[in-house]
Design a protein around this ligand. Structure first.
Ligand code: FE2
Length: 498
């Protein structure tokens, strides 16, 4: 029995959570809190959050075989701290950003997680209380709100750009982190020219590295065109066709495309501490979705079409031929996912999420007609092969509720958009999987040829892990799992830097 098998059998027998540290192969610095008086649901332990500490594990326990060509850093970001001074946030979206680096090397897989040292994080850690309003929790400001960055939690995604990792949050500036240590270096303001303008957590990066992003604030939209190393090439600020929350977008070879859901916002109530941002949102289904199409070469050339209302957070990809844009997204019915389901989960209750479904939208620029079709699987967090962004794609990858009755996304799915066929694997009850990203195999140029890499939580072991799948053979099961000796808070999004 080699060391790996020894630890496998040991962790299986002991449920791993109770392992004394002397038996762990991995040095662990820092530790997740073992109890929160304000949260008790072992199926959703990651929603407890950490208390602001940095954590590092030098060597995760590997099951299976790590592909020899899979080398790089998987950066992830998500809300990691939910309680201060006896108060707990009502909403998952509110927590302070905790950036993770899963490093795939010849030695195995290491993990490091560090809180982004935003101005908000530093002030609130020092005060040991929440000082600023949050997205989903009504908090009367105890310090002046100098700009939108006063509330910046930097908690939504992480992407390598030039010499830094950016920690992204849609309401304000990106934060620059050291790619090795994850130390916070400052905010991105493009030389001061665009200080404080929002920079969304869903940039789109074309195969040549061309980097597109946007932000929305008080009815205005800003769009950005950056070079592959992060230099600002062009930007524009303009009035939106409707004032709303816009979380994600897509690009084609010619256009930036936004679906703007019908959400009104009572900002006066937020500023007065009477309502959270979410509490101040109103769903106006009769207004429908505004489809905003912006010319990539000339941001002043914009067009607006309309389609029936649904709520959308995330997009997979878009491409166009002969004036017809095809894009995919994930739809939910309305705002209930934010207003009802997540606050219940944050209180430790089990709640059934309204299903969200893969949805395909056709925008015909010749006729002005918009078509919509949806599938039935319950899923979220679509991603495509980075080599097909803005180009015609065949596959979309999702975490999916794969086991009947599962109350989490416990599997992964590859959808073939040409045939409608799926390749699905379930990891089973007690497992919740996060977004999974496609990492191309070096030397290959075929869409889908590579590994699907993601992160998950195992409720029985009370541990988090990273998964590696052969992206074209998901139903064969993961080729490798890298287990941590601790659990981590859930993340939203990230990118693999090969
Ligand atoms: Fe997102």
């Amino acid at each position: 029995m080699n060391r790996r098998h020894f630890f496998n059998s040991l962790t299986a027998a002991a449920g791993a959570a109770a392992l004394p540290s002397t038996l762990l192969a991995q040095p662990v610095r820092g530790a997740a809190p073992q109890a929160s008086p304000l949260f008790d649901n072992r199926a959703r332990t990651p929603l407890r959050g950490w208390h602001g500490q940095d954590v590092h594990c030098e060597s995760a326990l590997i099951e299976g075989k790590l592909p020899a060509e899979l080398r790089g850093v998987f950066y992830r970001n998500g809300p990691g701290l939910f309680e201060r001074g006896g108060q707990r946030y009502d909403h998952w979206f509110d927590g302070d950003g905790l950036v993770h680096a899963w490093r795939f090397t010849d030695q195995g897989v290491s993990h490091r997680a560090r809180f982004v040292k935003t101005a908000k994080f530093k002030a609130e850690q020092e005060a040991n209380e929440f000082l600023y309003p949050a997205f989903g929790t009504a908090i009367r400001p105890k310090r002046p709100l100098r700009s939108n960055d006063s509330m910046n939690t930097a908690n939504t995604s992480a992407v390598r750009l030039g010499d830094h990792v950016l920690a992204l949050w849609e309401g304000g500036s990106a934060h620059r982190l050291d790619p090795e240590t994850l130390e916070t270096r400052g905010i991105v303001d493009f030389g001061g020219a665009l200080k404080g303008l929002p920079f969304s957590a869903h940039p789109k990066i074309e195969p040549d590295g061309t980097f597109w992003n946007f932000g929305t604030l008080f009815g205005k939209m800003v769009v950005y065109h950056l070079s592959p190393t992060g230099d600002l090439k062009r930007h524009a600020v303009f009035e939106m066709p409707a004032s709303a929350m816009v979380h994600d977008f897509v690009v084609t070879e010619r256009h930036l495309v936004f679906l703007i859901p019908p959400i009104g916002l009572d900002m006066a109530a937020v500023r007065a501490g009477q309502k959270s941002m979410i509490g101040a949102m109103q769903w106006r289904a009769a207004d429908g979705i505004k489809v905003l199409i912006v010319d990539k070469d000339d941001f002043s050339k914009r067009r607006v079409l309309e389609m029936p209302a649904f709520m959308v957070f995330h997009f997979g990809n878009a491409w166009e031929r002969d004036g017809v844009i095809r894009l995919d997204c994930v739809k939910t019915q309305d705002l209930a996912i934010m207003n009802e389901w997540m606050p219940r989960l944050m209180r430790g209750e089990e709640a059934r999420e309204a299903p969200s479904q893969a949805t395909f939208v056709t925008v015909n620029l010749n006729t002005g007609k918009v078509g919509v079709e949806s599938r039935s699987e319950d899923l979220e967090f679509p991603r495509v092969d980075p080599r097909v962004v803005a180009r015609r794609n065949r596959y979309v990858f999702y975490p999916v509720a794969a086991t009947r009755g599962a109350n989490s996304l416990d599997g992964v799915m590859r959808l073939d958009t040409e045939t409608g066929k799926t390749d699905v694997a379930a990891m089973g009850n007690g497992i919740s999987l996060e977004e999974h990203v496609l990492v191309p195999k070096p030397g290959s140029s075929k869409e889908g040829e590579g590994w699907l890499v993601g992160v998950g939580f195992d409720a029985a072991r009370q541990q988090s892990f990273a998964t590696v799948w052969d992206a074209m053979r998901l139903s064969s099961g993961p080729v490798a799992i890298a287990r941590l000796p601790y659990w981590t808070p859930y993340c939203f999004h990230g990118h693999f830097h090969a």
